[in-house]
Structures are given as C-alpha cells and as structure tokens.
Design a protein around this ligand. Structure first.
Ligand code: URA
Length: 237
C-alpha cells in the first residue's frame, strides 16, 4: 500500500506540490471515484488511478536502455572518469546500475536498472543469455575463424569459451563481423579474436537476450523500456 500523492509522483504526474494541486482540483480518480486526499492509501499494484483522464502505470523498478557511447565507464561512479550514470538525468539515477559491463571503448546496448533480481538472472552464467556484438577487425576473417569460434577458444581461463557464432559481414584489410556469445567474461570478444591472431578495432553491442538496441538512440541517449520489451526480457530468462 502506498500514499496516493507518492504514487502520483512516482508515476510521473509531478512533484508533491504539483500532485497536491491536481488532487485539490478534483482531477484524480481511484477506481472510478474522485479523490482529493493525498494521504489516501492505495494498492499500487491493483488500484486503477487516472489523473486528468490519463491512466497511471506503476512500475516498481526503473529500466533504461542506453546506447553507451565510447569513452565512458560502465560503472556507477568513478572519481576521475565519466560513467554511464553521469549521463542519466532520471530522478532515480542514484539507485541505478548497469547490467554487466562494456569496456570503455565499447559502445551499444546497455541496460540500466535498479532491479537486482532481473540483473542477476541476465548475468547468471547458468542462463546463457545470448549477447550479440558487431565488431570491426583488423585483417581478414575467414571460415577457419568461424569454425574455431564454434568449437570454443582458449582465452586463458580454466575452461574454453562456450561455442560462439561468428558471422562474417565483410572480409578484407579490415573485416566486419557479428558475434553471438552466451557468457560474459572480461574483454571476452577482444580476447577471443586475440586467440585467433586478430585485433578488434571497434565493438558495439546490439542485443542482450530479447532486448535489442534501439537504432534511433544516439550514442549517450537512453529511453525507458516499453512494457512489451520488459515482459519479453522477463519471459526469456
Ligand atoms: N567483449 C569485449 O571484449 N568487450 C566488451 O565491452 C564486451 C565484450
């Protein structure tokens, strides 16, 4: 249960004083009845609340999809360097953390949330959530590399990497590839290419499980996940 004024603030209808004014004007309805008392306790999961005709949608957690730019750290804070959370202007920014890490020079899909349970499930090595990356590689990439990625590679860990899919988009002096991995070891893609004698010169994450990078997001921009995106992500894991 939650106070009505708090609920309206958390569902984006304004600050406490703005919300109080809306209540006073008789613009808020709970389960079809006009309510003016800010202190009224409602069930945030069941009550149907509208404000000036707009239905309030309550989410316990915040889920943001960011197109991480190069040059910022996937961390919550750092004394010297800019982090992805420095780019977020949400009220709840101080509760958020990135789900997994992308290297400073990697760009692309990064999920920011305050939902520890979802983050844990997405990162769990047991769940084998697919992560798809696009990479630029110095030198030629060929079928031998595809085979070796599929077999699993020794990158200096206890065990070889799990089978990964390597798709060659173009091959030449520099090559472009798409790689799907199902784990998330430190610098994994770069180390996998090093293991076959190649160097990654640019890396971008395109997806994580069912969640795909919104190509309309400029580097550094972010948006909330749609209810459908969130539902599919939760179903998937
Ligand atoms: N693999 C890498 O090498 N770097 C990343 O940022 C992500 C995957």
């Amino acid at each position: 249960m939650m106070r009505l004024d708090k609920y309206l603030c958390e569902t984006g209808f304004g600050t406490r004083s703005q919300v109080k004014a809306l209540l006073k004007k008789g613009l808020v309805q709970v389960d079809g009845e006009t309510v003016k008392r800010p202190e009224l306790k409602i069930d945030e999961h069941r009550s149907q609340v509208t404000c000036a005709g707009t239905r309030a949608v309550y989410q316990e957690h915040v889920y943001l999809m960011m197109n991480k730019p190069q040059g910022v750290l996937s961390a919550t804070e750092d004394r010297r360097q800019k982090t992805v959370l420095d780019l977020v202007e949400e009220k709840a920014a101080d509760r958020l953390f990135p789900v997994g890490r992308l290297d400073k020079d990697t760009e692309g899909l990064l999920l920011l949330t305050d939902d520890g349970e979802l983050a844990h499930a997405l990162l769990s090595p047991k769940k084998h959530v697919d992560k798809v990356y696009e990479a630029e590689i110095q030198g030629q990439v060929g079928q031998e590399h595809v085979r070796r990625f599929a077999e699993g590679l020794d990158i200096g860990e206890k065990r070889p990497t799990l089978p990964a899919e390597l798709e060659i988009l173009s091959s030449g002096e520099t090559s472009r590839v798409r790689v799907t991995i199902r784990e998330g070891k430190f610098h994994q893609i770069k180390r996998m290419f090093l293991a076959v004698g190649c160097q990654v010169t640019a890396l971008r994450r395109l997806s994580m499980g069912s969640l795909c990078l919104d190509e309309g997001l400029e580097p550094g921009a972010y948006r909330a996940l749609s209810p459908e995106e969130l539902e599919r992500l939760k179903e998937h894991i």
